[in-house]
Design a protein around this ligand. Structure first.
Ligand SMILES: Cc1ncc(COP(=O)(O)O)c(C=O)c1O
Ligand SMILES: N[C@@H](CCCC[NH3+])C(=O)O
Length: 432
């Protein structure tokens, strides 16, 4: 049973027909399945049951307040990368005391705010940052909880823009310097060393790099526990999802490739791979999944505006652009594209580029892809858009932001109304 599937000749999310959603709320619109969000969270939680563990959902993947609230209600903690994300968690009813704060460039204002809100831990990414947190905490007359992110120099074998655990990446403190960094940090007066953190990259579809990193860093975690009494080891996020049938073993059929069994990396495979290195540490193990929780829980709906048959190609121009979903333009990310009205056996397949209205050649959702034909005025869904979709949308070309809708069984709720061009202009007009 999938939360997104064809029923009665139309693509549904849970019990709701996406044709009706597109007609009622317009396009482009992001649609999320509450059931998939819950299932993904629960499944990972259960896979890690053998460990004393906590899930710190990576807010950056999808930060809509209703999504955060749903996860907070399940008991999730949150991995944040800005004061803005912390404000979101608090506004959604999440617990600041269950937040970890990552990121290489935290400002004084952000550090002050996070200390005042009582976050669980700063995950510091450099010695300079540790020293600065110590200073800011001292100025406030408080002690700040700190973990240092170790860069284990492990190749995550993912897209180079989202690999974070190699020495040439900007993240964390090099493995060979980390013990000295802890030694120096332990002498600072206004911080408490609470944990150790790592995160080797995003969209990993093979468990081996996770195993390599856990095996390399677990002895360090044990040593830091002995020396400084740290209480947690966060192994970061990064569990990948299936975007392309080519990634799935076996079948080329999209739905089959998205069955849990066909996932290249299941939560169980992930857990089985890393647990042996973590279970005897006597530390709380944190994970920071973003894409795994939200990615397959969302689609973006868009309408076909025009068809253009060029001498070289057929273009379908849709009303969403790279400003609405930037992953194909930025990482050549693959999103499956399905017509909302279910194609029949008679529907011809044609090779097409699906492109947006933005004045950039890179503004495409697919190139030279064989897809069931669809006509002007028809809606299509870009699948697996629940993570790093809406959150990366921009106003480029002075376009408003898409609406976001949450479906839960038969209920449909707009969780963020469309941002109009008038909304964008209002603040600038007021500043004229
Ligand atoms: C520190 C940290 N934790 C967690 C994540 C979440 O990654 P993912 O969405 O791949 O699980 C990221 C993003 O890559 C990150 O930088
Ligand atoms: N935005 C990226 C993931 C970045 C992960 C955050 N560190 C993507 O869409 O794949």
């Amino acid at each position: 049973m999938h939360s997104f599937e064809y029923k009665n000749g139309s693509l549904y999310c849970e019990d709701v027909d996406l044709q009706k959603v597109a007609e009622e709320f317009g396009t482009p619109t992001y649609v999320y399945s509450a059931e998939t969000l819950r299932n993904n969270y629960t499944r990972l939680d259960q896979a890690l049951a053998e460990l004393d563990h906590g899930i710190e959902y990576a807010v950056k993947a999808n930060s809509n307040l209703s999504v955060l609230k749903l996860l907070a209600d399940l008991g999730s903690g949150f991995d944040i990368v800005s004061a803005g994300e912390l404000k979101r968690v608090i506004a959604a009813g999440g617990d600041a005391g269950k937040c970890t704060f990552a990121g290489v460039g935290k400002t004084r204002a952000e550090i002050e705010y996070a200390i005042e809100q009582g976050i669980y831990c700063f995950n510091a990414e450099s010695e300079a940052e540790v020293a600065f947190i110590d200073k800011v905490a001292g100025d406030l007359g408080k002690k700040a909880p700190v973990a240092i992110r170790v860069n284990p120099n492990v190749d995550a074998k993912t897209h180079k823009y989202i690999s974070t655990g190699k020495s040439e990446n900007k993240f964390g403190v090099d493995f060979e310097y980390i013990e000295d960094a802890y030694d120096r940090a332990s002498k600072l007066e206004n911080i408490t060393l609470r944990g150790l953190q790592m995160h080797i990259g995003s969209q990993l579809t093979d468990v081996k790099p996770f195993i390599e990193a856990a095996e390399k860093v677990a002895p360090l975690a044990a040593k830091l526990k002995e020396l400084y009494g740290i209480e947690f080891f966060s192994i970061g996020g990064g569990v990948g999802i299936v975007y392309s049938p080519a990634l799935a073993s076996g079948s080329q059929d999209w739905w089959d490739s998205h069955t849990e069994e066909a996932r290249p990396l299941t939560p169980e495979k992930y857990a089985d791979g890393v647990i042996p290195f973590l279970k005897d540490l006597g530390l709380k193990i944190l994970v920071e999944p973003g894409r795994y929780i939200a990615g397959n829980a969302g689609v973006m709906l868009t309408e076909c505006l025009y068809e253009k048959k060029g001498s070289a190609k057929t273009f379908k121009v849709v009303d969403a652009g790279m400003n609405d979903l930037i992953r194909p333009a930025l990482y050549e990310g693959h999103h499956e594209i399905l017509p909302v009205a279910e194609p029949t056996k008679e529907t011809p397949h044609i090779t097409m580029d699906v492109v947006g209205p933005i004045c950039e050649t890179g503004d495409f959702f697919c190139q030279n892809r064989d897809l069931p034909d669809f006509a002007e005025g028809e809606f299509v869904a870009l699948l697996s858009s629940g993570a790093y979709g809406f959150v990366m949308a921009s106003n480029y070309n002075t376009r408003g932001l898409p609406a976001e809708v949450l479906i839960d069984g038969t209920s449909t709720k707009v969780i963020r109304p469309r941002q109009t061009v008038d909304d964008i202009l209002a603040t600038e007009i007021a500043s004229l």
